[in-house]
Design a protein around this ligand. Structure first.
Ligand SMILES: C[S@@+](CC[C@H](N)C(=O)[O-])C[C@H]1O[C@@H](n2cnc3c(N)ncnc32)[C@H](O)[C@@H]1O
Length: 211
């Protein structure tokens, strides 16, 4: 991890002392919806990579539904330590979302919950997710909606501390455009729901010869 921004980010997340924010009701609503989507496109034997997995609180849902093949990656060692304690049967490694240490076409599904706004080059993370998912496999991204200023305030009880780690808030049209460069969008709920809701996008890596 080279530049000053990335080093500051790393320090922020490695010293992160506000794990309780991940347990509040708003977060649970996001996890619930995210898991519902995952379960629609995967099954309990699918290999799933969670990019920026944090302390793996979200993986309680995988556990509850008997998913056996879950891999998490996060660049914060403290997060990964917490994840390993929480779910010893899953696999967790320290690594950068912008340079995933996996071969091309490795996973049935690649997901990410609330991470894109924290990385310096969001489009690079999307590109990496697509690279490591198998052809015909799905990626699912969840992120806050940058159009909803109010939502940011409600969500962040320790707002100022968390805001330090935000590089940019994405808005739906930008996220959609970013993803279209690499994958085919198969589900995108921001058009059918209130514009200010958190964003959930499912996209698919084409198989060779598939349009
Ligand atoms: C808001 S937390 C979300 C954690 C988890 N996905 C969840 O929803 O519970 C953002 C996470 O992204 C991680 N992160 C930020 N930048 C990263 C990067 N470049 N590579 C890997 N992880 C990163 C942080 O360490 C942190 O755990």
């Amino acid at each position: 991890m080279g530049n000053v921004l990335e080093n500051n980010m790393y320090t922020h997340w490695n010293n992160f002392q506000h794990m309780d924010v991940f347990y509040n009701d708003t977060w649970q609503i996001i996890y619930k919806k995210m898991f519902k989507l995952i379960n629609r496109y995967a099954n309990c034997n699918s290999s799933i990579l969670d990019v920026g997995c944090g302390s793996a609180v979200f993986h309680d849902y995988f556990k509850k539904h008997d998913y056996v093949n879950v891999q998490g990656i996060d660049f914060s060692l403290s997060m990964i330590d917490a994840a390993r304690c929480r779910h010893p049967s899953y696999s967790y490694i320290v690594g950068d979302a912008l340079n995933l240490p996996f071969q091309d076409d490795s996973f049935d599904m690649v997901v990410s919950v609330q991470v894109l706004r924290h990385v310096p080059i969001a489009v690079k993370m999307v590109e990496e997710m697509i690279r490591v998912v198998k052809p015909g496999g799905f990626c699912i991204v969840n992120e806050l909606n940058g159009l909803d200023i109010q939502f940011r305030d409600i969500l962040f009880s320790s707002k100022r501390k968390l805001d330090e780690a935000v590089v940019q808030y994405l808005i739906p049209v930008n996220l959609e455009r970013m993803i279209r460069r690499y994958g085919v969008i198969v589900f995108n709920d921001w058009k059918s729901r209130f514009l200010l809701q958190p964003m959930y996008i499912v996209f698919k890596k084409s198989k060779v010869g598939e349009k």
